[in-house]
Structure formats: structure tokens, C-alpha cells
Design a protein. Structure first.
Length: 187
């Protein structure tokens, strides 16, 4: 027997998805950051010249936690919209932009590729914009939850480009920093 779900069942279904997807997106973001090496413990990053508008390090942790949570909620809203015309494409675009996002930290912090990291942010922005457009056709609230992420990506892109301009040779003593990041600490 097929029936229409009650409003309560739909709310509970959305709540379950939020309870799974928000921690999952947060966990993936955290794993990506940790795998790349913390900026505070990264001698190469600490020695880079940074623009005057570069926020304190604590801001990044707070902002990314909020953004990943909002992204997880947006995904849950779209995932819960069974039967919506562009739902499948919206989910695929979300996964693509998230995968690109997760690749950014290792590219920048671990492999110290400043210019390539800038172009990856541009690609993430385009994918996130396409995701937001698809989300808007499924659930407007999901698209609205992606807006702060797009704003942060634009700001991050400007910061990275400025870091590239201030460190045209890839930063101070790149080869030594790469070696020190690759070797485990002695016990």
C-alpha cells in the first residue's frame, strides 16, 4: 500500500537526514583539514606573507564549522524532497563541489600550491553556484543556505590570490617546509 506521508513523518524524515548529513559534512571537512596539516603547525604557512585583511586563525575554524553545518542542512532539505525534478542533479553537483572543497586544504597546505589552490577555489565557486541554482529549483531554503558559502569562497579566493601576489616564489624555503611536513615526528 502506498500512501502520502503525514507532515509529522516528513519532518522526522528531514530531521534524520540533518542528523546524519550535518555531522558527515563536518567530519569530512575536519578530516581534509587534518590530513593537510594544521595551519598553526605548518612552518611554511606561518612564514607566508599574508594580506592585511587576513582574519585571525580562530575565525577560519568557526566559519568553516558554520558553513559545513549549513551545507549539510541544505543537502538534507534537497535529499528530503523526493520527486523533485532536479533533485538528483542537485545532489550530484553538491557532491562534486564538496569533493573539490575537500581537495583544497591538501593542495594548499600540504603540497603548497598557492596558484593552483586559487584556481581550485574558482572551480569550487562555479560548482557551488551551479549547486545553489539547482537547489533553488528543489528547495529555496536550501539555496539560501548556500549563499554564505559562496560569499566565503569569494573572500577566500581574494585572500589566496593576494597571498600568491605577496609570495610569488611559492613562499619561504618551500623545499625544506615540504620535507619537514612529510617526515613523522621522532618519538
Amino acid at each position: 500500500m502506498r500512501g502520502v506521508a503525514s507532515a509529522g513523518q516528513l519532518r522526522w524524515s528531514l530531521a534524520r537526514r540533518v542528523l546524519v548529513l550535518v555531522p558527515l559534512v563536518l567530519l569530512l571537512g575536519s578530516i581534509s583539514g587534518r590530513a593537510a596539516g594544521s595551519p598553526a603547525a605548518n612552518p611554511w604557512f606561518m612564514a607566508l606573507l599574508k594580506p592585511d585583511v587576513y582574519p585571525p586563525g580562530v575565525v577560519f575554524g568557526i566559519v568553516w564549522t558554520l558553513l559545513y553545518a549549513m551545507m549539510g542542512i541544505a543537502l538534507a532539505l534537497v535529499w528530503n524532497a523526493r520527486g523533485a525534478r532536479w533533485r538528483g542533479l542537485a545532489i550530484i553537483l553538491f557532491v562534486l563541489q564538496l569533493a573539490a572543497n575537500l581537495a583544497w586544504s591538501p593542495l594548499f597546505f600540504r603540497y603548497q600550491r598557492i596558484e593552483e589552490a586559487f584556481w581550485l577555489v574558482v572551480a569550487i565557486f562555479v560548482l557551488a553556484l551551479a549547486t545553489m541554482a539547482c537547489f533553488a529549483t528543489v528547495r529555496r531554503m536550501a539555496a539560501a543556505l548556500m549563499l554564505p558559502y559562496l560569499a566565503w569562497l569569494a573572500f577566500a579566493g581574494l585572500l589566496i590570490w593576494r597571498i600568491h601576489e605577496l609570495n610569488p616564489d611559492g613562499g619561504p624555503d618551500v623545499s625544506i617546509a615540504r620535507v619537514s611536513l612529510a617526515l613523522p615526528e621522532p618519538e
